[in-house]
Ligand binder design. Structure first.
Ligand SMILES: Cc1ncc(COP(=O)(O)O)c(C=O)c1O
Length: 360
């Protein structure tokens, strides 16, 4: 018998979306917070061209991509690290800065991969309460323990869809102990950029990391490209535990070209926000409890876990896949990714019918 190490044996597999549709039905996936439209045509062309040189390993220093990111966000290229999705950077950060002697802290309904990353690193995973689906800075500060070494905050959050202000993030950073690394995960940051509250300047303090992703607003989830701005000594340690050839030539080329098409990305954000707000209004009119969202998804809150389970099953039977949220500690909620207008119309119609039946 070949045995895994004990902390891996004790882990459950990461709960991925279950998307199996009957053979005769088209699956409508509203479950993975993917973009409602394909990547920019510039990104598609650049990836295709890059594949012609794919006999060579990719650039391990992501030079073109880093330069494009630095120019766009007015940040230093040397502080940028790129990952095979921001998931790789979350896992690498945790492996480099947490272990069985300390703890990772996050809001109670945070992105579940923070917990997975902590478990892989053997660190304890602590949580702080939220209020009405919102991160509460004072609750995080109160939950800090002497052995807390990393605090993760996704802003906007997944699956809550809420965000906290720059002022609150600055207050969190300024009040946290200096030996605690604050990781601000802005995977959905582009959907809130119009609010004009960038936080990249916090990285210069030396104790804060900002992560972003090409999977959401840039529509490149399948390419697996994430990035972050790191203090140089933190970046040096993180690089030791990431795959040195982590992003394919196609992924790097697509992401670099996508950055050159800001009009397309902004249009994606605008269309997403318009459809999202219309979808939320429609569900509210049908009697659902749906808080506002700063992301490309909406969260529906049901009376209890049983109701959420029933709705999930009813929509699955029609090959419409939402995402259950038990893994994020919200078993009475379902998350709906903002797909295109037709997908949303089908989902909203099914939800309205369920609500009507439930009222009878
Ligand atoms: C908050 C948050 N962080 C990170 C990620 C991972 O993104 P990536 O595709 O860049 O690995 C996600 C994906 O859903 C997310 O919701």
């Amino acid at each position: 018998m070949i045995n895994p190490v004990s902390h891996v044996a004790a882990m459950s597999p990461y709960a991925l979306a279950e998307l199996t549709a009957p053979a005769d039905k088209r699956a409508i996936s509203l479950s993975q917070n993917e973009s409602l439209r394909p990547p920019s045509p510039l990104a598609i062309a650049a990836a295709a061209e890059a594949v012609a040189g794919a006999q060579l390993y990719p650039d391990p220093d992501w030079r073109d991509l880093r330069k494009a990111l630095a120019d766009l966000h007015d940040i230093p290229a040397e502080g940028i690290l790129c990952g095979n999705g921001s998931m790789e950077l979350i896992a690498s950060l945790t492996q480099a800065f947490a272990d069985e002697r300390n703890a990772v802290l996050a809001p109670v309904h945070a992105y579940p991969f923070f917990r997975t990353a902590a478990r892989i690193a053997r660190a304890r995973y602590d949580t702080a309460p939220e209020q009405d689906g919102c991160v509460v800075v004072d609750a995080l500060l109160s939950a800090v323990q002497p052995d807390t070494c990393i605090v993760f905050v996704a802003n906007p959050g997944n699956p809550t869809g809420t965000r906290i202000s720059r002022a609150e993030l600055v207050r969190l950073r300024e009040t946290l102990r200096g030996d605690i690394l604050l990781v601000i995960d802005e995977a959905y940051g582009e959907f809130a950029d119009h609010l004009g509250e960038p936080v990249f300047d916090l990285v210069a303090r030396g104790d804060t990391v900002i992560l972003r992703s090409f999977s959401k607003a840039y529509g490149l989830a399948g390419m697996r490209v994430g990035w972050g701005l790191f203090p140089s000594d933190i970046a040096q340690e993180v690089r030791k535990v990431t795959n040195p050839n982590n992003i394919s030539v196609a992924g790097q080329a697509a992401a670099t070209a996508a950055l050159a098409d800001q009009i397309y990305m902004r249009e994606t954000c605008e269309v997403t926000a318009m459809l999202r707000d219309g979808f939320i209004d429609r569900l509210r009119r049908a009697g659902f409890d749906v808080p506002g969202s700063f992301t490309n998804f909406a969260l529906i809150r049901f009376a209890d876990a049983e109701a959420a389970k029933q709705v999930d099953a009813a929509l699955r039977a029609e090959s419409v896949f939402l995402r259950a949220q038990g893994g994020a500690g919200l078993p009475a909620c379902l998350r709906v990714t903002i797909g295109d207008a037709e997908m949303l119309d089908i989902a909203a119609g099914l939800l309205e019918r369920w609500a009507e039946r439930a009222r009878q």
